[in-house]
Design a protein. Sequence first.
Length: 222
Amino acid sequence: MGKSVYQLWISQGKDKLRFPVLPSELEITNNVQNETVKVASFGELTFIDVPSAKQVSFTSLFPKKYSPIAEYKSIPSPENAIAKIERMMRSKKSVRLIVTGTKINMTCSIESFTHKEGSYDIGDREFTIELKEYKTASPRKIKRKKKAKQTKKKRPSKTPPKMYTVKKGDTLWAISGRFYGDSTKWRRIWNANKAAMIKRSRRNIKQPGHWIFPGQRLKIPQ
């Protein structure tokens, strides 16, 4: 099986990862939007006829062992590859996405990263990653009117937890990675939904959080 002329990379400083298996497709979206945003420290910022940031998403595989589907032999283990991407997410810094042989060479933020046991072989990990083009802006500053004397601010109420509807193939490990950028924090979700999950399946008593079902609504604490 001949190898592709393309290489797909993601990097952050000295941290680099070449994806061992090329996805069947890269989905890239781009829309034009006008927007006015009020920011306390800057005044009113106006962005006129500016194309919105591109969004890129793709699904692929981290194979446990080298096989002809891989683009090169010295592939990383699925665990190391997943840990590297999650480390990039935790750093709160942008990454660079490059596809050699194309014009794709862009600075991005990692919006979400989910993975699960692969369907090809034991130890493989299928994953989906979503990235958003990272852009800097030079906003136009508009003078603000002086504010009247401020009254005492009310204490903000507690932020209610987000709700998430379970999809086929989801795990608490993957959901935690998506919302917290750290899959090991899955017990936050488990503790917030423990009673309902045990009621849905008592198998969760012995295997906490293992049994979740498509359509089930979960609280995602902040």
